[in-house]
Design a protein around this ligand. Sequence first.
Ligand code: SF4
Length: 454
Amino acid sequence: MQPQLIAPAVEREDEQSSEPPSRMRADEPPSLSVPESSLKSPAGSQWSDWRWQIRNRIRTLEQLSAYLPGLSEREDLKAVIAKYPMAITPYYASLIRKPDLSDPIFRMSVPNPQELSDPPCLSEDPLEEHIDMPVPGLIHRYKDRALLIATTTCSMYCRHCTRKRIAGTRETAISSRRLRQVVEYLQAHPEITDVIISGGDPLTMADSALESVLSAVRSVKTVQVIRIGTRVPVVLPMRITDELVQMLRKYHPLWINTHFNHPNELTPDSAAACTKLADAGIPLGNQSVLLRGVNDQPQILEELYRGLVRIRVRPYYLYQCDLVRGVEHFRTSVRAGIEIMEYLRGRISGIAIPTFVVDAPHGGGKIPVLPNYVVSMSPTHTVLRNYEGLLIHYPEPGVETKPDEQTELHGMPGVWELAAGKASVIQPARTLRGQRREKIRNRSGLESTGFLFD
Ligand code: SF4
């Protein structure tokens, strides 16, 4: 664990402050203002035992209302749980700071009657994964990649899950007969070089069961890269044990994509889990989902992405919410995502900016969606804009922009002049960067900014 990563919280820990339990030491059970009996509060060592966490997941309304007494009257939640199972690890429940929908952890984990109200545009399987399954459990959509559903179990059932139709409906893992069929298919399709092991959450499997899947996939000579998709570092970080990591590192090149959605999920425990994986040479990516009321504010995602880079997790995708039944209340407009991308660019490093994608209905695959940076094009120049609103032209190869043309202007240049090569840039007034450059230019003796050393 690297507590210095979340230093301010760790400092506060010693002050017995009102910080949420998530900010406490990894081996301490939390002390929420809820009946301790509800979580069968264990000795510290048990809290850190991932099997204890799985065994003690909150699965029924009775368990939930024992933990969050304000929900004891919510009989309406029973119908939601019957349709879409609930499971919340004690660890993840301990991250709830306020027991209502304004709390992002509560919103992502506690069932909501709105899950039962679906407009007609939603469907069970909008990505049509079942049609792209040549072998049960193996989705082959893109030519060189396939995704294997290794289990239908997750430690926590996210209320916004794209695979609500299968996640948790039966907690089961792939059989050896099915796994053999998958291997045969991969052998017959050498164009598949990259296999994603997903679910459900494959890291809920016992090490030996997971290793059977990994070694079966690795036995296919044409598979070059294995990826694991998991939310375990976020919702059950104690699952990342030394033994697991030792086992995983046998199957390199192995990548892991995890699923943080909100800065409140960045805790010393989740940082420790990611650190262990990164130290084992496993590159880590993060796939967030844009969720109304959870992370649809640019500043929230800025904080999340900065935090992820600190723990060596590269923000990879930001997904527009899929058109899945049961998630309408989480959906935002596509415009909200574009606004967020507009905010992030120029504000945080490129390594902290994910690609915003719409996973297209009908199995159309991921479509990147960006703010518009191409303003105009001519045969000779492309006019681009940057995050500040600066407009600049990029000459196509073979075009010679004559400096004297730029002096023939009468009045201020416009976009047409940039596209025609008659001007090269239109600067917005008084940007921070402009003021900084001005100061540098005005420094005595420094006439050019094009050198580093005297
Ligand atoms: S961990 Fe993944 S598969 Fe499981 S419920 Fe959450 S989003 Fe769905």
